[in-house]
Design a protein around this ligand. Structure first.
Ligand code: IMP
Ligand code: MG
Length: 181
């Protein structure tokens, strides 16, 4: 882990807490309108942990009671750019065979991470897999995958906050922001 050098970055808000909350309520409504059976929500760690926490409570408010599990993937990045390799750091506990799965991630960028996760769970016999992301950066796609549900289409900038980090920092911010260079 990189030590905190105590430097102060200037951060600009891209999506505010209020905008995020409003979109998550909308997303939960869209998800609840799909007739999922025996729904299993799989949050792709680490970046999605804040989004997933808010989303599952919004799903509860719409009357859903999914099981929730976690898949920790490492998509290797060269600075802020994807290198293409994806490794499983922590697998889901539950079998997914025959189940409807909602994969939740923070950002769909090259698509390699979510494509890897979809193929993994498909290979284990999931009945149906849908994807839900906080941010979609369609301009950077390398894998053939889209998001079934997304909160925002995001400009092609490196973002932090609301679970997302730069060198393990800024996950605690309650909004999505960008570092002003
Ligand atoms: P992909 O495999 O290129 O689609 O990248 C997906 C993963 O890279 C996301 O789940 C994030 O964890 C990370 N990532 C991509 N873009 C950003 C960013 O702008 N800020 C922080 N993490 C990012
Ligand atoms: Mg991620």
């Amino acid at each position: 882990m990189t030590p905190d050098e105590g430097g102060k970055d200037a951060i600009e808000v891209v999506y505010s807490q209020a905008e995020i909350n409003e979109r998550i309520a909308g997303l939960a409504g869209d998800i609840a309108a799909v007739s999922f059976q025996d729904l299993l929500v799989v949050a792709v760690l680490k970046g999605s942990f804040v989004f997933a926490a808010d989303l599952i409570r919004a799903l509860h408010n719409k009357g859903l009671s999914p099981q929730v599990d976690f898949l920790s993937l490492s998509s290797y990045r060269d600075g802020t750019t994807s290198t293409g390799r994806v490794d499983i750091l922590r697998d889901v506990d539950l079998p997914v065979e025959g189940r409807d799965v909602l994969l939740v991630d923070d950002i769909l960028e090259s698509g390699r991470t979510l494509h890897f996760a979809c193929e993994l769970l498909k290979g284990r016999g999931a009945r149906q897999i849908k994807t839900c992301v906080l941010l979609d950066k369609p301009g950077r796609r390398a894998a053939d995958i889209g998001a079934d549900f997304r909160a925002f289409e995001c400009p092609d900038v490196f973002v932090i906050g609301y679970g997302m980090d730069k060198a393990y920092k800024y996950r605690e911010l309650p909004f999505v922001g960008r570092i002003v260079e």
